[in-house]
Design a protein around this ligand. Structure first.
Ligand code: NAD
Length: 485
């Protein structure tokens, strides 16, 4: 270690009180389940953290029955002010257990503790506080005098923000008076199971929240269960498309939060050093495992070389390694399968003629890692400019005029996010109006707030999470649909 190097600063795991194996959380209790079990591992060490039950079709049926029973017997009979109290209680327990949840999330997902501690878990608490406040004010949501819950919601979430995606699903559903069965991703079930403990600690009536673990087959069994009123899915466009096809023609309401290929547009009048930080948080935050990542950088041609020089020198200072070390900027890729996918698409960048630059980092011997990577000389036809890589890989394109930037930004089947960097507010507004993306940031990127709706256009899905729109997704009469601007 050199004189000015960072000393290791690992967060202790002693705060965790994990079990060796976890069952399914059904009807307020942990039950064994009838299927087999699987290991959830730490992607940075490849060590097993715990064994987790794989829910069978019969288990899913039990969970849906528990949710239906809770809906009719307790939750729908309770005034909104009482439901709100439970949500406030859950939010406070999340704050009290925030350090433990941050450690568990970093261990199971591979993301840096700096992010789980300062972003994921505070936002999880904020989401529950926000929707707790709505529970007794539903008649002011603009959805009629006496808005009614949809019923039982089946919720399936991905691995990139495990507890935050759980909060985005469960908080509005419960505030609106629904009961839920949620399936976390197979590689990151841990914090959902800790959340089940929090539901017990909050004395939430049994069956209001049910957590079933398992992989794709478990998710498919859940979303196709006949006694479900609502499906909320966050994940890949391919799976979302299958779910939409399978529910077509049924009464089941559906929201889909899918993939993206966000454009981050840098004009030559932007504050360049701030834009560099925005580029980094746009694509290297959470190892690029972000649906709304700014994975396509559009730089005005006359500042391209300056931006690349500054970006590369800033990226060279990022530290990759132990997710539990408080100095770590780039953690582990969540799974071997995801690492293989990132590697394969990045290799297509080489073979299609783009120029690869990689930050020099020491890659640990164990675990799944991919160093921050930037491709220049990218053409819009290249796969790295079209496909969602979902990893720390940035594809850089250039433009000369605002019209060209807009055309290139919109040249995607997705439509989730975009960013604009310029000193001119009039330009920001004019361009934002022409971008086909659900969320547009100006002079910042990847900022989230529970009061602000989030969601996509086209193949990025439909429906909104967050804000009043997020409530509408769980209430009769609130069939907010995405679509063309
Ligand atoms: P995935 O679609 O493979 O898995 C997501 C979830 O769906 C997991 O829980 C998985 O077990 C389950 N699943 C898999 N097959 C299923 C099936 N046939 N029926 C029902 N459930 C099934 O996606 P992933 O690789 O886990 O997540 C990455 C994707 O999620 C990316 O495309 C990303 O953009 C997207 N994502 C979108 C948002 C958003 O808000 N728009 C947020 C996070 C992630």
């Amino acid at each position: 270690m050199g004189f000015l190097d960072y000393a290791p600063a690992p967060e202790s795991t002693s705060i965790l009180n994990l079990k060796k194996s976890y069952g399914l959380f059904i009807g307020g209790e942990f039950v064994e389940g009838r299927g087999s079990s699987f290991a959830t591992i730490s992607p940075s060490s490849e060590e097993t953290i715990a064994l987790v039950a794989e829910a069978s079709d019969a288990d899913i049926d039990d969970a849906v029955k528990a949710a239906r029973g809770a809906l009719t017997k307790t939750w729908s009979k309770m005034p909104g002010s009482e439901r709100g109290k439970y949500l406030f209680r859950i939010a406070r327990i999340i704050q009290e257990r925030s350090r433990e949840l941050a450690v568990a999330e970093s261990l199971d997902n591979g993301k840096p503790i700096r992010e789980t501690r300062d972003v994921d878990i505070p936002l999880v608490a904020a989401w529950f506080f926000y929707y707790a406040g709505w529970a007794d004010k539903l008649e002011y949501a603009g959805l009629g005098q006496n808005p009614q819950a949809l019923g039982v919601a089946a919720q399936v979430i991905p691995w990139n923000f495990p507890l935050l995606m759980l909060a985005w699903k469960i908080a509005p559903a419960l505030a609106a008076g629904n009961t839920v069965v949620l399936k976390p991703a197979e590689t990151t079930p841990l914090t959902a199971l800790l959340f089940a403990e929090i539901c017990q600690q909050a004395e939430l009536p049994s069956g209001v929240v049910n957590i079933v673990t398992g992989a794709g087959a478990t998710g498919a069994a859940l979303v196709s269960h006949p006694d479900i009123n609502k499906v909320a899915f966050t994940g890949s466009t391919a799976v979302g498309r299958n779910i939409a096809a399978s529910l077509a023609g049924s009464d089941t309401r559906l929201t889909l939060e899918l993939g993206g290929k966000g454009a981050n547009i840098i004009f030559d009048d932007a504050a360049i050093d701030q834009a560099i930080e925005g580029i980094i948080s746009g694509i290297f935050f959470n190892q690029g495992h972000v649906c709304c990542a700014g994975s396509r950088l559009l730089v005005q041609e006359n500042i391209h070389d300056d931006v690349m020089n500054r970006l590369q020198s800033r990226l060279s200072t990022l530290r990759l390694g132990d997710p539990l070390d408080k100095n770590t900027d780039i953690g582990a890729v969540n799974s071997k399968a995801q690492l293989e996918r990132i590697t394969e698409i990045a290799n297509s960048g080489d073979s299609e003629g783009a120029t690869r630059w990689t930050a020099s980092c020491d890659i640990p011997a164990q675990g799944f890692w991919f160093p921050p990577t930037v491709f220049t000389n990218v053409q819009t036809s290249h796969r790295i400019a079209r496909d969602e890589i979902f990893g720390p890989v940035l594809s850089v394109l250039t433009f000369r005029t605002a019209e060209e930037a807009i055309a290139k930004a919109n040249n995607t089947p997705y439509g989730l996010s975009a960013g604009i960097w310029t000193e001119k507010a009039s330009r920001m507004l004019a361009i934002a109006d022409k971008l086909r993306a659900g969320v547009i940031w100006a002079n910042t990127f990847n900022k989230f707030d529970p009061a602000s709706p989030f969601g996509g256009y086209q193949e990025s899905g439909y429906g909104r999470e967050g804000g009043r729109h997020g409530l509408a997704a769980y209430l009769e009469g609130g069939s907010w649909k995405g679509g063309a601007k």
